[in-house]
Design a binder for this molecule. Structure first.
Ligand code: PMP
Length: 388
C-alpha cells in the first residue's frame, strides 16, 4: 500500500541495493531488516554505543561464572527481558552466550550426545523442520550425532529432538513429539516473542535457545543465548564454545546488551510517554507484522491459486489481549495444475523463495520471508496478487 512505498524512500543500510520494480526479489533467507525502521526512529539513539579503544581487550568477562566470557551486563539484560515478556523462565537457569543461536545449537548437540564410541545418536525434528538442522548437524560428519529426519516417524528411545516453536518454516506452535524418558530435546525459541505469536505460557524446558536476530532484528550482531537448567550440560556446552571460538565477541555482547536495555527501558518509560508505540519494540513490530500478513492474505485472495496456513489467535499474557499470530515466514502452497515445483514457478516471476523439499516437505510449498524490507515485501505482494 501507500505506507510501504513511503517507507521505501528511506535509504536501506542493510547492504542491500535499492530494488527496481521489475528486479528479482530475494525472500529466501529470513533477514530481519524490516525492524530497521523501528531503530531508525526515536529509539535509535537509546541503543547507540561507543566503545573506547582500551575497552573489551581481555578474553575474560567474569572468571567466577561458569560461562567466563559472558558479559555481566548482557546476562542482566537477558534476564530482565525474560521477566518483562514472560516467555521463558530464566530464574534458576544458566545463561550462555553464543555467536548467534546457531553456535549454541551446535554446542547443545555436542553436550547432549554420547561420547563417540557410544554414538552416533539420532537427531530428529518433525516435518516441516528448519532447513539448517540437517545441514548443520551433518556437515562435519560427527561420530557423536547424526541427522535422522522426521521425528514423527522415528522409532527408538535414544535421540535428540529439535523443537522449533513457533516453527520455522510454518509458524506452528510445537511441543516435543517424542516422549521417551531417555530422549533429549533442544527447544529453539528464536520466534517466541510477542511480535510473532501470542505469549501463552512461560516455558521452562531443559535447553532453550534465543537470539537477538529475531527478537530485535540485530542478526548482524551475531548474538544468541541459551537458558540451560542442568549445570553439567551447561558446562559441556561452554566447553564447545571455548574450543570453537574461545568465547564470544565482547563488543557484540555489549551492543546486544545495549539494544535489549533500550527495549526494556522503552517499556518502563511508556506510562509517562503517550506517543504511540515508537518506543515499544514488540507492539510496533507486531503492528507491522500484522499489516504485512493482512497484505499477504489479501494478495493470496486476489490471486486465487495459493493457500496459507489458517490464521491462529490466542490470549497473549504480555499484551494482555487476544492477538493473532504473525509468523516470520509464510508457508505458501500452490495446488494449481501444471505447477509441480512452486520454487521454480515463483522464480520465473523473479521471486526467490525456499522450496518445501528443503524442510522435508513437498515441492508444491515454499517458505517466504515476512521480515525483509518494506520495499521488497511490497513488490512481492503486488506480484503475487497478479498471478492467476
Ligand atoms: N533458529 C531458527 C529457527 C532460525 O530461524 C534461525 C535464523 N534463521 C536461527 C536459529 C539462527 O539464528 P542466529 O544464528 O542468527 O541467532
Amino acid at each position: 500500500g501507500k505506507k510501504m512505498k513511503k517507507a521505501a524512500a528511506v535509504a536501506p543500510s542493510s547492504g542491500k541495493p535499492p530494488v527496481a520494480p521489475d528486479s528479482t526479489i530475494n525472500l529466501d533467507h529470513g533477514d530481519p531488516t524490516m525492524f530497521e525502521t523501528f531503530w531508525r526512529g526515536t529509539m535509535g539513539e537509546h541503543a547507540t554505543l561507543v566503545i573506547p579503544g582500551w575497552q573489551t581487550m581481555s578474553y575474560f568477562s567474569d572468571v567466577s561464572n561458569l560461562c567466563w566470557f559472558l558479559e555481566p551486563g548482557f546476562e542482566r539484560e537477558v534476564r530482565r527481558l525474560h521477566r518483562l515478556v514472560g516467555n521463558a523462565a530464566a530464574e534458576g537457569y544458566h545463561v550462555l552466550v553464543g555467536t548467534g543461536s546457531m553456535q549454541l545449537f551446535q554446542a547443545a548437540l555436542y553436550a547432549l550426545s554420547p561420547p563417540a564410541d557410544a554414538g552416533p545418536i539420532s537427531v530428529v525434528s518433525p516435518v516441516p523442520f528448519y532447513s539448517s538442522y540437517p545441514a548443520v548437524t551433518d556437515f562435519l560428519k560427527s561420530r557423536r550425532y547424526r541427522w535422522a529426519g522426521d521425528a514423527n516417524t522415528f522409532e527408538g528411545d535414544e535421540y535428540i529432538e529439535l523443537v522449533c516453536s513457533p516453527s520455522n518454516p510454518d509458524g506452528g506452535i510445537r511441543e516435543a513429539v517424542l516422549k521417551s524418558k531417555s530422549g533429549k530435546a533442544i527447544h529453539d525459541l528464536a520466534y517466541y516473542w510477542p511480535q510473532y505469536t501470542p505469549i501463552t505460557q512461560m516455558l521452562a524446558h531443559d535447553v532453550m535457545l534465543f537470539t537477538v536476530s529475531k527478537c530485535t532484528g540485530h542478526a548482524g550482531t551475531r548474538i544468541g543465548w541459551a537458558l540451560v537448567k542442568d549445570r553439567e550440560v551447561a558446562k559441556k556446552m561452554n566447553m564447545f564454545l571455548e574450543l570453537n571460538t574461545i568465547g564470544v565477541s565482547k563488543d557484540s555482547q555489549l551492543r546486544a546488551a545495549k539494544v535489549l536495555e533500550a527495549v526494556a527501558d522503552g517499556y518502563e518509560r511508556q506510562p509517562a510517554d503517550t506517543t504511540g508505540d515508537a518506543s515499544l519494540l514488540f507492539h510496533y513490530a507486531r503492528r507491522q507484522m500484522a499489516c504485512r500478513w493482512r497484505a499477504l492474505r489479501a494478495a493470496v485472495a486476489a490471486s486465487g491459486i495459493f493457500t496459507l496456513p489458517d490464521e491462529v489467535a490466542g490470549f497473549c499474557t504480555f499484551a494482555k489481549d487476544t492477538v493473532s499470530a504473525n509468523p516470520a515466514f509464510a508457508w505458501l502452497r500452490c495446488d494449481k495444475e501444471g505447477v509441480e515445483d512452486l520454487e521454480v514457478f515463483l522464480r520465473e516471476h523473479k521471486i526467490i523463495t525456499r522450496s518445501g523439499t528443503r524442510f522435508g516437505a513437498d515441492p508444491k510449498v515454499v517458505r517466504i520471508s515476512m521480515v525483509d524490507t518494506d520495499e521488497a515485501f511490497g513488490i512481492f505482494v503486488d506480484r503475487l496478487a497478479a498471478m492467476k
